[in-house]
Write a new protein. Structure first.
Length: 145
């Protein structure tokens, strides 16, 4: 028997005559997944948008876990992910920029840098799958409030 934490299962079902799918993961709300016209109808997230969301949520989660373990105050957090695609097929990402903004009264930039490094090197599985294939840069803004 496989440990459920090590086995992830998703499903997608085609909804139309183009490329509109409904994606499901057990116990969660379904996601609408589509492609841009003319192949799709732009009725949902594209696969690359979902990849950017996965990377930014993975990094954000690990960063926030570390900040909370350090008992740091967090009054705001945002991460915006931007990806530049290759011009020829396959048109996956050649580079990704993660633009992180943390609002905290008691976190230093050095502490934030250390946490990001830990997340990159050890704790974010999405980053580990992309590194070596995609150039990833993190821009940081620390707002002391």
């Amino acid at each position: 028997m496989t440990d459920k934490s090590k086995l992830l299962t998703t499903s997608i079902v085609l909804l139309n005559e183009k490329l509109h799918f409904e994606g499901k993961v057990s116990g969660n709300a379904p996601l609408s997944i589509d492609y841009t016209p003319p192949l799709g109808d732009n009725l949902g997230y594209t696969s690359l948008e979902l990849l950017l969301l996965s990377l930014s949520s993975c990094m954000s989660s690990s960063i926030l876990v570390f900040l909370r373990k350090m008992k740091k105050s967090i009054s705001g957090f945002e991460m915006i992910a931007s990806g530049t695609r290759n011009e020829t097929h396959p048109t996956g990402f050649k580079s990704i920029i993660l633009d992180l903004t943390l609002k905290s009264e008691d976190t230093s930039m050095d502490e934030l840098d250390k946490i990001i490094k830990l997340s990159e090197e050890t704790y974010c599985p999405v980053w580990s799958m992309l590194k070596g294939n995609v150039e990833i840069e993190i821009k940081k803004t620390l707002v002391i409030n």
